[in-house]
Design a protein around this ligand. Sequence first.
Ligand code: FMN
Length: 244
Amino acid sequence: MLTILADTRACKESAGQMAVVRNLAARNHLHTAGPVSRYKRGMHFYEPSKGHGLPHDPFNAIVGPRPIGWISSLGPDGVANLAPYSFFNGFNYHPPIIGFASIGYKDSVRNIEASGEFAWSLVTRPLAEAMNASSAMVPASVDEFTLAAVTPAASTLIKAPRVAQSPVSFECRLSQIVQLQSAAGDKIDTWLVLGEVVGVHIAPWTLVDGVYDTAAADPVLRGGGPADYFGITAQQRFRMKRPT
Ligand SMILES: Cc1cc2nc3c(=O)[nH]c(=O)nc-3n(C[C@H](O)[C@H](O)[C@H](O)COP(=O)(O)O)c2cc1C
């Protein structure tokens, strides 16, 4: 009896979800008729701990596109380190705080924990290939600015250099390193590095009447899969104010 009730509720929920999908599709002028692939029959539900059951893990493609944290730091030996991190975002306005997650305790985390500072530089379309080159798994003794053929520019408040070719850079002081844990409380070998932005460099051409123009800067965003990236254009912008 309980199973029947649960099944009935699941059917109702599923029907409700399909109605939402149809409504959204209609609103977005999408086609819902025609042959239905096995992935389109109802909602695909999975528990990540048991596998996603799809040809590719959709997580990165769903939580995307993501801005890229192009992080530079200085090693104890003075060698500059540069690496991209797409588990990256801003977390606070005042003071501004940014953070990235290192899956494994990588050189960037080691350097930042030791030096207490790092810089972030915006990856733009002309810098995409250099950003990618800087992700190579190389020993800490290799200067990734040289590897990626970009120029280190001296920062104003911190010792770690920023990328001279990038139109926007933040100078950051380490505020926290948090080791992530699962819902069960098990420690994960992933390290969330958070830093307060103490200095900001902005190229004047990204400012239109003094307002930073996100699309004009031509940022590169990371999508899913092994190789997907996105750009943005002014045409994709729409405006919506918060309810008062
Ligand atoms: C676009 C892009 C995004 C990446 N995002 C991450 C990330 O969020 N976390 C991570 O641990 N590695 C990420 N990587 C891989 C690191 O960049 C790579 O492991 C690098 O060698 C780390 O350098 P480091 O040891 O000098 O810090 C990313 C690579 C690319 C190309």
